[in-house]
Write a protein that binds this ligand. Sequence first.
Ligand SMILES: [Zn+2]
Length: 196
Amino acid sequence: MENLIWIVIVGTSIWVLVDAKSIGVKKGQIKGMGNIGPWGWFFVCLLLWIVGFPFYLAKRSEYKKINSTHDTEQQMKEIKLDCNACKTDKTMKATTIPKFSGFIRFIGFLIAIPSVLGVLFAILMLFSTGSATNEVMSSAQSDAEAAGAAIGATIGFGFAAFIGFSSLIGGLIGWLLLMKKKVFKCIKCGYIMDRG
Ligand SMILES: [Zn+2]
């Protein structure tokens, strides 16, 4: 069951590495403590997950903003294309729209919100099981009592790991359903064209 915790830590750290690379995170983009590259974030999450992972999530939007305004997205916004649907010149503008329909996005929200709560719940439970076990263990009068505490801890940690792991998977699915795609959209007729 410690294995499950490691799977979660390693799994989310790898996600951080991949996500930071895809956003275009580089050292020197932000000031202060978070001024590290994708591999830096990977190791911070791996070695100090409880601090590193929430910290990355908090800094993520800042990185996204810097990387999108800096180059491609801002340049894309300047470009206007001719619309093939209504045959008007320069009415297609770069924008983002939800990848999926309203109903699927609604399901995405339904999955994503409890997933976030589930992860928080699992983290809390890990800590409370840990401290409760230490308390019982230190005051246990007999082997049986200590064994009981060990079994209780195993169940508690296992349950927390299970909740945490399924919440992470749920959160990932929810996030996929809420993703946006980059398109050109005609401001006159609403015609939409995917951009690479
Ligand atoms: Zn049009």
